[in-house]
Design a protein around this ligand. Sequence first.
Ligand code: IMP
Length: 427
Amino acid sequence: MTKTQNFAVLGLQWGDEGKGKIVNFLSPNFHATCRFQGGHNAGHTLIVNGKKLILHLLPSSICEKDALSLIGKGVVLSPNDLFEEMSEANTFLEGVEDRLKISSACVLILDHHKKFDQCREKSNSFKTIGTTGRGIGPAYEDKVGRRAIRLVDCFYEKILEEKLRENLDFYNFMFNKLFSVEEVSFQETFEKALSYGERLRPMTKDISKLIIEMNNDGKKVLFEGAQGALLDVDNGTYPYVTSSNSSAAGIASGSGLGPLSVINILGIAKAYTTRVGEGPMPTELFDDIGIHIAEKGGEVGATTGRPRRCGWFDAVAMKKVIQSNSIKSLCITKLDVFDGMESVKICDSYDNSDEFFEESLNLDHVKPQYIELSGWKKPIHGLKTLDDFPKEAIEFISKIEEVCGVSVDIISTGPERESTIFKNEVI
Ligand code: IMP
């Protein structure tokens, strides 16, 4: 890959690909890590000095004492949840507050967004999406509906009052007329929002300006995707998606930079596929193999604790997201989950599909076709070099490269930082 200043790490499936570990691994090479979309619906599990840290909103670089952690304007920010996460991180990291910089243009998630999200999911009048119930969708709807409360609004009492009145008029109408639940108090919400502004103001910065200044000083920034490309609102399995551009498209808009600011993008994919929530998943397994993968891979959502649906690697969907995300390099995680299995499969085509289904990723009716490969007896769990790999595991990786048309440059063989093999240099 060409060397450039900035770099991005994106999940290419339905989230939970193991981005956190890879970002955490790469972040010492960067001066800052930037989140550009999503909110605290993400769940990055990191093992730091043998201890488990689950991050939802904080960029993974928060573990790097010399790096900045940036939250760009494309992120929807729940101040309450951020404060909780910061206090958890503070129990074993130093200077969290000093290293965190937040864009004043972030749209806020307040209590009524969560309430709305949960009411809608429960209501019989709406399709159940299986959201995280954290208010992500309603906050993004506010943004495109031009009624959002942004962090900057909380710095100015008069502006906040005016905007919040309009915002709550909308929500209280819906709570009252549509869901028949209690309305939300203006005064309480107003006071809370003002106090959030006060506490967050010292951490607030013009993030795009900061990144440009860093780049001008020769400092590199790592962009950290949340969720996965198949959950992207424009390029994913709509309507079973999150409400942001979780693919490469979101990097520029979510950080306020130009589209060429990040050229090198590393795509992360599991050796198999998982999904939480509703929506099509062509390679889903409903048999003992699916149960085995779920158990061995510990496939439980880091944010909601929901069990993840498991299936074989879907190279058809992968090829699509490789194109829509300009991916030239892949990292395959959790390959060790296949240790000891008789055979493994890769879906390389769909039956019952056509170009419209594929363009819209309307995967409800497609039937996956598979290539079957031999499994491996000798475990690869924790291996640190390819020299020790069984030939069947190498063949599996080569087949992914062949079918997807990109090189697999990193292989992760376990949750620890050290269990990461660089087949080729990526930064
Ligand atoms: P929302 O983002 O809470 O609105 O949920 C929309 C869809 O995205 C649901 O299917 C969620 O399960 C899924 N989702 C949101 N965040 C994540 C994540 O970090 N990992 C996996 N799925 C996610």
